[in-house]
Design a protein around this ligand. Structure first.
Ligand code: NAG
Ligand code: NAG
Ligand code: NAG
Length: 360
């Protein structure tokens, strides 16, 4: 405070005022810091409370467990690519941009024409439309993914423009596998391909290594274009390359990828088409056991149903919530399974403390 010991009379008044102002400002600053500390402490206490209590309908919950916040599950970067067409881009794909697509790290729409007005990234494949050209679309899509996105993602999910994906649950599934090893996951069908192949409508995921192998095989002519169903063709090629078809069921052997609309699956009466029983690699379960609590996808989802699912999954919550125990994982070990411990996961969410999931 040497500056206050000034001798000049004319500046004395000014110095006093300056010192007083400085002191006042200092006090104010101190008070502000103390108040801030109090408030943040209180906020942190309420966080701890949230995690240790079973259920809560409080508004604060929304902010804490927002499904849009970065995923706590270390599954790697997820690229979602939607196979669409100029006809359905604005009627179907648009709603993916507004719903589940936001939760992927990268979201791409692959169509036969570009569209600069679309509120998402549309990549043009320069292929013809129509069912018989589906596999050509897939082949060209994988060439683009390989050439431009291989180092930007660890997992590559393909979905149709009428597939709904619960991205958080997909990340949970993927956390059991390594993207550096070839693997491919989805709803496993057993016809035609010995190791099975993944249904196209339910969506399927390839690890980065599987994408690399597949694109190489397309480039070097090991796998060629065909007019048979695209999911079957892809499965045939991947088997040839030694990319294993993984088991995506949960620890209770319930399926997570669903090629049919939810309504027909959960019905206690068997309303399922006969082909479905014949195609499933694992025994088809009817009724509530049809589907895992950590289901990943539903096919044949109309735009309005996408918003319904968003509401059911992220807004609606029955009092008490649903109990989910993530630390139980499947007992099986595949060649591709990593030793990535789920402990990390369970402690983040507080499941190990008996926390009951309240998905909002
Ligand atoms: C497949 O797609 C490529 C380019 O994307 C195209 O040049 C080719 O003609 C297509 N093949 C068939 C059989 O449609
Ligand atoms: C083509 O690529 C695959 C891997 O993607 C490899 O297994 C195969 O040996 C290659 N074939 C030729 C002829 O280079
Ligand atoms: C997996 O991790 C556990 C502890 O984290 C360790 O004891 C075990 O040996 C590991 N298993 C393999 C196959 O590396």
């Amino acid at each position: 405070m040497t500056m206050c010991k000034r001798t000049s009379k004319s500046s004395r008044y000014f110095d006093v005022m300056f010192c007083a102002g400085f002191g006042f400002g200092f006090c104010l600053c101190f008070m502000a810091i103390t108040y801030y500390k109090l408030v943040t402490d209180k906020f942190q206490n309420s966080l701890v409370l949230l995690q240790s209590q079973t259920s809560s309908l409080s508004v604060a919950n929304t902010a804490v467990f927002s499904p849009l916040s970065p995923s706590p599950i270390s599954s790697g970067r997820l690229l979602c690519w939607v196979l669409t067409s100029p006809n359905t881009l604005w009627t179907r794909s648009k709603h993916i941009v507004k719903t589940w697509g936001r939760r992927c790290d990268t979201l791409l729409f692959l169509s036969s024409k570009p569209d600069l007005k679309f509120p998402g990234t549309v990549l043009a494949l320069e292929t013809e439309e129509g069912r018989e050209n589906l596999y050509n679309k897939t082949i060209n899509a994988f060439k683009i993914l390989h050439d431009s996105y291989l180092d930007k993602a660890d997992w590559f999910l393909k979905a149709d423009d009428d597939t709904y994906v619960i991205v958080e649950n997909l990340r949970l599934l993927l956390s059991r596998f390594s993207p550096n090893r070839p693997v491919y996951l989805g709803r496993r069908f057993r016809q035609h391909v010995h190791q099975g192949y993944m249904s196209g409508g339910a969506g399927y995921v390839l690890s980065r290594e599987a994408v690399r192998l597949y694109a190489m095989a397309v480039y070097n002519g090991t796998c060629t274009l065909s007019t048979s169903p695209e999911d079957l063709e892809l499965g045939t090629c991947l088997q040839k390359l030694g990319v294993p078809a993984g088991d995506s069921r949960d620890h209770q052997n319930r399926e997570t990828f669903h090629p049919l609309w939810l309504g027909s699956l959960v019905s206690p009466e068997d309303l399922l088409p006969k082909w479905f029983h014949n195609y499933n690699y694992y025994t088809t379960k009817v009724g509530p056991d049809c589907c895992s609590k950590t289901s990943v996808s539903f096919h044949y989802c109309k735009p309005l149903q996408m918003y319904m699912l968003e509401y059911f999954l992220y807004r609606l919550s029955p009092v008490g919530g649903h109990s989910i125990k993530l630390h139980k994982t499947r007992g099986e070990t595949t060649a591709t399974e990593t030793n990535k411990s789920n402990n990390q996961l369970t402690s983040f969410w507080g499941f190990d403390k008996g926390f009951i999931w309240n998905p909002l």
